[in-house]
Design a protein around this ligand. Structure first.
Ligand code: KIV
Length: 268
């Protein structure tokens, strides 16, 4: 597959649905790279699904760098977007630009930042440095404490109008795309029709320009599966059964078989 650039990604709006998944490591990125997926997100969800943290606020810049490097080593043709972790962009704009640059040097081709209106100056500064930025509005997991938990956003008219304003401010600040997480499908539709950049839905219905899911959820590897994710295969069961079969075969002397070892006496 031909390399997907930011320009290719943006041009798909209104023409072809954009497909994205998360990936956090080399073997997964290798498998993804042999598909026609448009984009990989090295998401900070890795904190929960790959590192076992209770939330994404524990994920550090160094951890994001290690996982971005692992994905980049697979040379995927997909556009590689890397999440800026909690506190890597909120404290100081100069520090945010430097951190975005570190994620690009690690192999990212764009960074993703959670937040709307409140992050517009950071977005402008990073874009000014030549780094493409993907926005992320709706449920922003790094702010789950302030939001009062992981909930559907946009229930009140005030919250809905704020979401629309957030999308417009992000577009004006120069983002190339916006993830809309966990809001009502009709609000995501309203935003998608309003902004000129592609919107990517997660848990926000079918009307966005594209969809993204956490790869562990579609592969049946997650302990907790959100209601909006679809599981295409139960890898947890397949892996568990394979391990059980291996244990039994070793115990019963069925593994290793002749093709799995060599004997020196065969040399003569
Ligand atoms: O970290 C992540 O996986 C994300 C997606 C859920 C959009 O931000």
């Amino acid at each position: 597959m031909k390399k997907v650039t930011i320009r290719d990604f943006v041009k798909k709006k209104g023409k072809e649905k954009i497909t994205m998944l998360t990936a956090y490591d080399y073997p997964t990125a290798k498998i993804v790279s042999e598909t026609e997926l448009d984009g990989i997100l090295v998401g900070d969800s890795l904190g929960m699904v790959a590192l076992g943290y209770p939330s994404t606020v524990y994920v550090s810049m160094n951890e994001m760098i290690i996982h971005a490097q692992a994905v980049a080593r697979a040379n995927p043709p997909q556009l590689v977007v890397v999440d800026m972790p909690f506190l890597s962009y909120e404290v100081d704009i100069k520090e945010a630009v430097r951190n975005a640059g570190r994620l690009i040097r690690a192999g990212g081709e764009a960074v993703k930042i959670e937040g709307g209106e409140e992050v517009k100056d950071v977005v402008k500064a990073i874009v000014k440095a030549g780094i493409p930025v993907m926005g992320h509005i709706g449920l922003t997991p790094q702010r789950y404490l302030k939001l009062g938990g992981y909930r559907v956003m946009g229930k009140s008219k005030e919250e809905e109008e704020q979401l629309v304003r957030d999308a417009e401010e992000l577009e004006n600040s120069g983002v190339f795309s916006i993830v809309i997480e966990n809001t009502y499908a009709d609000i995501a539709k309203r935003i998608t029709e309003k902004v000129s950049v592609p919107t990517i839905c997660i848990g926000s219905g079918p009307y966005c320009d594209g969809q993204i899911l956490v790869i562990h959820d579609i592969l049946g590897l997650s302990d907790f599966k959100p209601y909006f994710a679809k599981t295409y295969v139960n890898l947890k069961e397949i892996i568990g059964n394979s391990i059980r079969q291996y244990i039994n075969e070793v115990r019963e002397g069925k593994f290793p078989e002749k093709q799995h070892y060599k004997e020196k006496k065969e040399l003569t």
